[in-house]
Design a protein around this ligand. Structure first.
Ligand SMILES: NC(=O)c1ccc[n+]([C@@H]2O[C@H](COP(=O)([O-])OP(=O)(O)OC[C@H]3O[C@@H](n4cnc5c(N)ncnc54)[C@H](OP(=O)(O)O)[C@@H]3O)[C@@H](O)[C@H]2O)c1
Length: 241
């Protein structure tokens, strides 16, 4: 019997690292649901993937919106009946937005990066529980690591972004918590830092491309039964918390 085609949902799949992860998964034979606040932007990412022979469907998704998340969960249940991979990629960083007060910066950042990750995860767990080798991959950041922040020789020591760092530390805490609470349902949950990558979030400054960042993320999403759970990684291996 043919193995079932895996079904993945990528939040923030319409650009940057999320779009590259969607492409990498589609190339690997996964049916990818490209979560996008603006459906047309998701469709623009899906179209070339489909033209190249992949399976990709743009779906409306705002991780801060209960109705959007519930509608998507309902649609996935009705259309596919299960989900195998959830990539919690949608994320923002507002530390450098001087128009906002620090209180507004952290409130908005936590709403997307932390509460949004939790909202989407909670809605998708019943579908993942029916999935094949179900995996949740949370896109975190080295900036959320307490250990690296305390290392003066760390290559990103100059990047002081306390509200973003707090949100990613919380994403790491959610990762550990869900890895434990979902283990009984066979769902593996890991966090990964994509590396400092050229996207709108970094003003396209670094040399690293989203495609380079996507490889390790896709590999973690497709990890087999021997794969880790409850870990924090970058492409080189385990990261300190
Ligand atoms: N780039 C880096 O160097 C780097 C390093 C470490 C970690 N990361 C993490 O990697 C992830 C992707 O970032 P990126 O660099 O690719 O940034 P990006 O190009 O700015 O993309 C961010 C994505 O998140 C989406 N998004 C924002 N708010 C959302 C919401 N409420 N609901 C759903 N989607 C929402 C955006 O959608 P819209 O187009 O609608 O705004 C966009 O698709 C983030 O979690 C980021 O923190 C990035």
């Amino acid at each position: 019997m043919e193995p079932k085609k895996k079904i993945a949902l990528v939040s923030g799949g319409n650009r940057g690292i999320g779009a590259a992860v969607a492409a990498r998964l589609a190339e690997s034979g996964v049916l990818v649901l490209i979560g996008s606040r603006d459906l047309a932007a998701g469709q623009a990412v899906a179209a070339p993937l489909v033209a190249e022979g992949g399976e990709a469907v743009a779906v409306q998704l705002d991780v801060t919106d209960d109705a959007s998340v519930a509608a998507l969960a309902g649609r996935i249940a009705e259309t596919w009946g299960r989900l195998d991979i959830l990539v919690n990629n949608a994320g923002i960083g507002l530390d450098h937005d001087t128009r906002l007060t620090p209180v507004v910066r952290i409130a908005r950042t936590l709403e997307v990066n932390v509460t949004g990750t939790l909202r989407l995860t909670e809605a998708m767990v019943p579908l993942l529980a029916r999935g094949v080798s179900p995996r949740i991959v949370n896109i975190s950041s080295e900036l959320g690591s307490f250990a690296l922040r305390q290392d003066p020789d760390w290559e990103h020591a100059d990047k002081i972004m306390p509200t973003y760092a707090a949100s990613k530390a919380a994403v790491n805490a959610l990762t550990v918590g869900y890895a434990q609470s979902l283990a009984g349902q066979g769902i593996k949950v890991n966090a990964i830092c994509p590396g400092y990558t050229a996207t709108a979030a970094t003003n396209f400054g670094p040399d690293r491309t989203p495609g380079e960042a996507a490889s390790a993320i896709a590999a973690l999403a497709l990890a087999d039964a021997d794969g880790p759970t409850g870990g924090f990684f970058n492409e080189a291996g385990a990261l300190p918390w």
